[in-house]
Design a protein around this ligand. Structure first.
Ligand code: GLN
Ligand code: ZN
Length: 768
C-alpha cells in the first residue's frame, strides 16, 4: 500500500513566498532572490514529505501565483495585451505576473486577468482566456524543471498537471463563434510534448487533476475526457496516470471515469464517503486500476478519525488487494494551514481544541499512521489507534463543544421563527410612517475608510501598547467624525463606520462562543494574499451583545436613523473552518440565533434599521445543481431566522457583492429583506435585470459608483446609472448607495464621491 499527497501548501510556513513576491513586485529584491525563495519552499516541502514517508510526493504543486495561470503559461495561452506590454528586459516570470496583476508603468496600462473562485473553495484562480484562432505553444517548462530539481535532491516526485479538460472548461471564450473545448486538438499536442519531456527525465507517475468531474458534465464534455486520456495512454504506454477528481464524487461522470485507461483513480471520500461502495459494487473497475482513497480532509482542520478511515481502507484492501490501494488526502493540502505545532499560545488556542486538529504537516503524519495501522494485524490495540480513538471520544463528549441549551434552542425552532410578522407590503407602509425617508433614500454599505491611523491604533491595542481606554477614545472620535460628515453631506441613513472591526467575520467570531483563532493558520486566497479563517469548533452562542455599544453611540449623535451593521450567518459560516461533527446547516442555525439576538437587542436600543450582510450566499452553492435546493433551503432559512425577530416597523437590509443573481433570484426574494443593496456599478446596472424580470417585490439599492479605485465619479455618471435603474424598476423601490468597500478608500475621494451621490439623489427627487 502506498501513500500519496495531492499537493502541499506553498506560501511557506511563515508566509515567506508572500513576502518575497511583494518585495519583488516593489523592486526591493532581485529576480534571483525571488527564485531562491521559491526554491527553498519547494525543498523544505519535499524533504518534509519524504521524512513523513509519503511514497508519491507531488511536484509542480508549487506556484508563484496560481496553478491555473501556470498552466496558461505552460501552454502559451497569453492574451495579446500582455505580450505587447513586455519590453526587452522582461522575463517569462514578469509576463506571468503581468497577467496576474496587470501592469501600470512607463505609460503602459494593462489590467490584470479576471480571477474567480476555484470550485467551492476560497482559493481564487486566474481565468484563462481563449480566442477563436487560439494557438498554443510549449512556453514554460516549469513542471519538468521542478521534477528535475527534486530529482537532484534524490527525491523522485509525481508531477501534478492540471488536466486539459478542466483547464479549458475553467477558461472563457473571448470571442463568439467557437467553444473552448474545440481547442482540444490544438492543446493536446502541447500536453503530449510536456509529458514526453517528463518521461524522458524519468517521471513514472503523473497526477492529472480533473476536478471538473465533480460537476455536471454534458456528453460532449465527457467525450472530451475519454478522448484525452485515451490519446495520452496510447502515446505513452508506460506512463502511470493518476486521475484526481476532488471536491465531490464522480456522479453521472462515473462511467466515463471508470472507462479511462489510467493507473489510478482518486476518490474524495471526505466529500462523498459513499463513493467507495458505489465504485466497488458496480464491479466495473478495471483490474489494473488502483484506487487512491482520499480519507484525510484536505479542506478542513480536523484530526482524522482513524476508525472510519481504516474501515474504508480495509474494505478496499479486501476487494482489490493491498497493492491497488493508495492512501491520500481528499484533495490538495493547499486549502489548510501549514503546521499546528506553530500554535504555541494556549490562551489563544485551548489545548483540548488543539488536540482535535490537524494542519498540513499533521495530515502527512496521519497518512503515515494510517499506512502503518493498515498493515498491522491488530490495529485496534496499536498505540496510534488508541490515542486517536481517545481524542475522538473526548471531542464527542466535550463540554467545551457541546452546549445542551444551544442545541435545544435549535431543535425547538418553529416554522414561525423564520418569518416576519407581516408581509412586505404591510411592513413597507409601517416603515414609511415610522422612518419618514424621502424618495431615493441615500445610504452606504457600512464601512468608512480604514485609514493607516485606524489600523495602527488597533494593532497597538492588540499588542498591548495602547490602553483599552485610549483605543476606545480613538474609536469614539472616528465614529463621531463619521456621523458629523454624514450629517453634513445629507445622507439619509448614516452608519457608524465599522472602525472597531478588523474583518467582517473575525469581529463577530471573536465575540461568539464556539470559535477559536489560530495565530499562524494562514491559507492562500490568491497570489500573495492569505487569509486566516476563524475556526468554529463548538456550539455557537452569544455571551453578550456585540455591536450594540457602537451602534447606539452613533445613534446618540444624530436624529437620523442609524443603520446597525451585522454579518449574516451564512457568510460567517462560509468564511470559517467549520466543525465536521454535525451538519453545516445546524451550525448555521446556531449562528443565526446569535445574530437574531443581536438584531433584537439593537431594536430594543432604538435602532430602526439593521443590515445583515450576506455576500457569501451564492458562493456556498454546491457544485452540482441537484444539491442546490437543499443548500438554499437552509441557507436562506438561516438568514430569515436571524432577521425575523423584529417588529414590522423595523427595517431589515441585506447586502450582497457583485454576483450572478439570475438563477437564484427567487431565493433572494425569499430572504424577504426590506431592502437589498447590491454591488452593481461595474455591470452598468445590468445585474438589475434579474430583479426586474422576476418582479422582485422588495426595495433595492444598486451601487451607483465603483469604489475599486480612488477615482471620483462625475455627477452625470451617477445620474446616468440611477436613470438606468429607474428604467427597469419603479422609483418607489430604489435606494441610492455606492458599491461596497469604502473601507479600502481614503477619506478625500469618499467625501467628494458621496457629496455627488447625494446631489444625484436630490436631482432624481425633483424630477419625480
Ligand atoms: N458592511 C461591509 C462593509 O461595508 C460589507 C462588506 C462586503 O460587502 N463584503 O465593508
Ligand atoms: Zn459587498
Amino acid at each position: 500500500m502506498k501513500t500519496s499527497n495531492l499537493g502541499y501548501p506553498r506560501i511557506g510556513a511563515h508566509r515567506e513566498l508572500k513576502r518575497a513576491c511583494e518585495k519583488y513586485w516593489s523592486g526591493r529584491i532581485t529576480l534571483e532572490d525571488l527564485l531562491h525563495a521559491g526554491k527553498s519552499i519547494r525543498e523544505e516541502n519535499w524533504k518534509l514529505q519524504q521524512q513523513k514517508g509519503i511514497d508519491l510526493i507531488p511536484s509542480n504543486d508549487f506556484s508563484f501565483y496560481d496553478q491555473v495561470l501556470d498552466t496558461s503559461l505552460m501552454v502559451g495561452a497569453i492574451p495579446e495585451r500582455y505580450k505587447n506590454a513586455q519590453d526587452t528586459k522582461s522575463t517569462l516570470l514578469d509576463l506571468y505576473f503581468a497577467m496576474a496583476r496587470g501592469v501600470q508603468k512607463d505609460g503602459v496600462d494593462v489590467i490584470a486577468m479576471e480571477m474567480t473562485k476555484w470550485f467551492d473553495t476560497n482559493y481564487h484562480y486566474i481565468v484563462p482566456e481563449f480566442t477563436k484562432d487560439q494557438e498554443f505553444e510549449l512556453l514554460s517548462s516549469k513542471i519538468v524543471d521542478e521534477f528535475n530539481e527534486a530529482k537532484a535532491m534524490g527525491i523522485h516526485t509525481k508531477p501534478v498537471i492540471l488536466g486539459p479538460v478542466t483547464y479549458l472548461l475553467l477558461g472563457k471564450e473571448k470571442e463568439e463563434g467557437f467553444h473552448r473545448l474545440d481547442l482540444l486538438p490544438k492543446l493536446l499536442p502541447i500536453y503530449c510534448s510536456i509529458l514526453k519531456r517528463l518521461l524522458d527525465s524519468g517521471a513514472t507517475w503523473i497526477q492529472f487533476d480533473e476536478p471538473i468531474l465533480s460537476t455536471d458534465l454534458s456528453d460532449k464534455e465527457q467525450e472530451a475526457i475519454k478522448k484525452v486520456y485515451q490519446e495520452i495512454a496510447t502515446a505513452f504506454p508506460t506512463l502511470k496516470m493518476l486521475l484526481a477528481n476532488y471536491f465531490g464524487d464522480f456522479g453521472d461522470n462515473l462511467d466515463t471515469a471508470l472507462s479511462l485507461p489510467v493507473c489510478a483513480l482518486h476518490l474524495d471520500l471526505k466529500r462523498s464517503p459513499n463513493q467507495l461502495d458505489t465504485v466497488l459494487e458496480l464491479g466495473k473497475l478495471n483490474k489494473k486500476i488502483s484506487l487512491s482513497l482520499g480519507v484525510v480532509d484536505g479542506r478542513n482542520v480536523w484530526k482524522n478519525d482513524f476508525k472510519t478511515s481504516l474501515e474504508f481502507v480495509q474494505k478496499a484492501k479486501t476487494q482489490l488487494g493491498e497493492e491497488r490501494v493508495i492512501l491520500s488526502p481528499s484533495c490538495s493540502l493547499l486549502h489548510v494551514p501549514y503546521d499546528l505545532e506553530l500554535e504555541k499560545n494556549e490562551q489563544v488556542l485551548h489545548e483540548d481544541v488543539k488536540d482535535w486538529m490537524a494542519f498540513a504537516k499533521q495530515k502527512l503524519e496521519e497518512l503515515q499512521s494510517l499506512k502503518l495501522l493498515a498493515s498491522v494485524p491488530n490495529y485496534e490495540s496499536h498505540q496510534h489507534f488508541i490515542a486517536n480513538l481517545a481524542s475522538m471520544e473526548k471531542r464527542k463528549n466535550s463540554t467545551l463543544i457541546h452546549k445542551p441549551k444551544v442545541k435545544k434552542r435549535v431543535e425547538q425552532l418553529h416554522e414561525k421563527d423564520f418569518y416576519r410578522k407581516s408581509p412586505f407590503k404591510k411592513r413597507k407602509v409601517l416603515q414609511e410612517a415610522h422612518l419618514n425617508l424621502p424618495l431615493f433614500p441615500t445610504t452606504t454599505i457600512g464601512s468608512f475608510p480604514q485609514t493607516q491611523e485606524v489600523r495602527r491604533a488597533r494593532s497597538l491595542f492588540k499588542k498591548g501598547e495602547l490602553s483599552e481606554q485610549a483605543y476606545v477614545d480613538f474609536l469614539i472620535k472616528e465614529t463621531t467624525d463619521a456621523i458629523a460628515f454624514q450629517e453634513e453631506v445629507g445622507l439619509d441613513v448614516p452608519v457608524h463606520g465599522e472602525f472597531e472591526r478588523n474583518d467582517m467575520v473575525e469581529y463577530f467570531g471573536e465575540q461568539l462562543d464556539g470559535f477559536v483563532f489560530s495565530q499562524n493558520g494562514w491559507v492562500q486566497s490568491y497570489g500573495s494574499r492569505c487569509v486566516k479563517p476563524p475556526i468554529i469548533f463548538g456550539d455557537v452562542s452569544r455571551p453578550s451583545p456585540m455591536t450594540v455599544f457602537w451602534t447606539s453611540f452613533a445613534q446618540s449623535l444624530t436624529e437620523k436613523p442609524v443603520k446597525g451593521m451585522l454579518t449574516g450567518p451564512v457568510t460567517i459560516l462560509q468564511w470559517s473552518f467549520v466543525r465536521d461533527d454535525q451538519p453545516r446547516s445546524s451550525t448555521c442555525n446556531q449562528i443565526a440565533l446569535a445574530i437574531r439576538d443581536e438584531v433584537v437587542d439593537l431594536e430594543k436600543e432604538g435602532i430602526q434599521i439593521i443590515q445583515v450582510d450576506e455576500p457569501a450566499i451564492r458562493e456556498g452553492l454546491p457544485l452540482r445543481k441537484k444539491n442546490w435546493e437543499t443548500y438554499l433551503d437552509w441557507a436562506i432559512g438561516a438568514f430569515k431566522l436571524s432577521t425575523s425577530g423584529v417588529k414590522d416597523s423595523t427595517q431589515i437590509h441585506t447586502h450582497m457583492c457583485y454576483s450572478e443573481f439570475n438563477d437564484i433570484i427567487k431565493n433572494i426574494a425569499d430572504m424577504d429583506a426590506d431592502v437589498i443593496t447590491i454591488e452593481c456599478s461595474r455591470s452598468q446596472m445590468e445585474l438589475l435585470d434579474a430583479f426586474s424580470e422576476f418582479d422582485y417585490p422588495n426595495d433595492i439599492g444598486p451601487g451607483v459608483y465603483d469604489i475599486h479605485s480612488p477615482r471620483v465619479p462625475s455627477l452625470n455618471e451617477i445620474l446616468k446609472l440611477l436613470r438606468k435603474a429607474e428604467n427597469v424598476l419603479p422609483a418607489s423601490k430604489l435606494w441610492v448607495n455606492p458599491d461596497c468597500g469604502l473601507k479600502t478608500r481614503g477619506w478625500e475621494e469618499t467625501k467628494s464621491a458621496l457629496k455627488l451621490m447625494v446631489s444625484a439623489a436630490q436631482q432624481m427627487r425633483k424630477v419625480e
